[in-house]
Design a protein around this ligand. Structure first.
Ligand code: ATP
Ligand code: HSE
Length: 291
C-alpha cells in the first residue's frame, strides 16, 4: 500500500497560459493505492459527489492505465473539483507517484509529469501539464513540450474560491484563437517579469508579471464579481490578482503582512455580489509527498 498527499496548484498565473504553474501549500488531496487485479476507485471528501468513480471517467483511472498499474485507489479530496485549483491534477499527480512506488516502476518525478497529464486529458480533452508539473515537483514550474523547469520560491498567496463551478473544458472554449501583436509583446514582458520575480522570491515582480490581456479578460466574464474582487484585493495590498487556472478561483499575490487583509477583502467583495466564497491563505509550496 502507498499513500501520497498532492497539493492544489494554480496554473497560468495570468501571463503564462498553459505554461506556468505553482504548487500551493494548501489545500491537498490524499490518495491511497493497493495492488488489485483491476482498477477500482473510491472518492470521499470535498465535492466527491461530483466526481465519477468509474475508472474510464476518473483521472486516476487513466494514470493507472498509463503505468499499467491496476489498483484499488482511494481518493480523499481536499481540493474541490472545477475550482481552478488543479483538483483533477492533485489526484492525478498523487496517483502517479503512489502507483509508481507501489509497482516499482522507477520513473523520476519529471518522467511522471506526462503520465499524470494523461489524467488531465480525461477531463479537458488535452494532456496539458501546467497543473500536474507543480503538483509533482513543487515550487514554480515552467511546463513546455520539451520538459519542465522548476524553482523554489517564497511567495505568499491567497486563493479565493467562490461557490461557482467553471469546468476547464468550458473555460477553454472562450480562449481566443488569435491575438494582436501588441498584446503578445505585452504578455512576453509580463511573463519574463513574473519568472524573474519567482527566482528572486519578489512578490512585487510576480504580481506585476500577472498582467495579461488575451486569455484572462475572456475568462473573467465567467466569474461573477471578478472585477470587484480583484479591485478589493489590490486595494488591500495585493501586488497582482488573476484568474487561477481555468477559474472560478482568483489568485492574489501579496506580502506576508497583507495576506489576512487581502483574504478578507476578497471574501467581502464576493459577499457584496451575493456569492459565497472561501479563501485559502497560502504560499508557494512543495510537491507531492509520501505519507
Ligand atoms: N479525481 C478527480 N478529482 C477531481 N475531479 C475529477 C477527478 N476525476 C474526474 N474529475 C472530473 O474533472 C472535472 C474537474 O476538473 P477540472 O479540470 O474542470 O477542474 P480543476 O481541476 O479544479 O481545474 P483547473 O485545472 O482549472 O485548476 C470534474 O468534472 C470532475 O468530475
Ligand atoms: N492551463 C489550463 C489550466 C486549467 O487546467 C487552462 O487554463 O485551461
Amino acid at each position: 500500500m502507498r499513500t501520497v498527499r498532492a497539493p492544489a496548484t494554480s496554473a497560468n498565473l495570468g501571463s503564462g497560459f498553459d505554461v506556468f504553474g505553482v504548487a500551493l501549500d494548501r489545500p491537498a488531496d490524499v490518495v491511497r493505492v493497493e495492488k488489485a487485479d483491476e482498477t477500482t476507485i473510491e472518492v470521499t471528501g470535498v465535492g466527491s459527489q461530483y466526481i465519477p468513480e468509474d475508472p474510464e471517467k476518473n483521472v486516476v483511472g487513466a494514470v493507472a492505465e498509463a503505468l499499467d498499474a491496476p489498483a484499488h485507489i482511494r481518493i480523499d479530496k481536499g481540493v474541490r473539483p472545477s475550482s481552478g485549483l488543479g483538483s483533477s491534477a492533485a489526484s492525478s499527480a498523487a496517483a502517479a507517484l503512489a502507483l509508481n512506488g507501489l509497482y516499482d516502476r522507477g520513473y523520476s518525478r519529471r518522467e511522471l509529469v506526462p503520465i499524470a497529464a494523461e489524467g488531465e486529458a480525461v477531463v479537458s480533452g488535452e494532456a496539458h501539464s501546467d497543473n500536474v508539473a507543480p503538483a509533482l515537483l513543487g515550487g514554480f514550474t515552467v511546463a513546455r513540450h520539451g520538459g519542465v523547469t522548476a524553482v523554489d520560491a517564497e511567495i505568499p498567496l491567497v486563493a479565493c474560491l467562490p461557490e461557482i463551478a467553471v469546468s476547464t473544458r468550458d473555460a477553454r472554449r472562450v480562449v481566443p484563437s488569435r491575438a494582436d501583436m501588441d498584446d503578445v509583446v505585452h504578455t512576453v514582458g509580463s511573463a519574463a517579469t513574473l519568472a524573474v520575480g519567482m527566482c528572486r522570491s519578489d512578490p512585487e515582480l510576480v504580481g506585476a508579471g500577472m498582467d495579461e490581456r488575451i486569455v484572462t479578460p475572456a475568462r473573467a466574464e465567467l466569474i461573477t464579481g471578478y472585477h470587484d474582487v480583484r479591485d478589493a484585493a489590490l486595494e488591500a495590498g495585493a501586488t497582482g490578482v488573476t484568474v487561477s487556472g481555468a477559474g472560478p478561483s482568483l489568485l492574489a499575490v501579496c506580502g506576508d503582512a497583507d495576506r489576512a487583509r487581502v483574504a478578507s477583502a476578497m471574501l467581502d467583495a464576493f459577499e457584496d455580489v451575493g456569492v459565497d466564497a472561501r479563501a485559502y491563505q497560502t504560499k508557494v509550496g512543495a510537491g507531492a509527498t509520501f505519507h
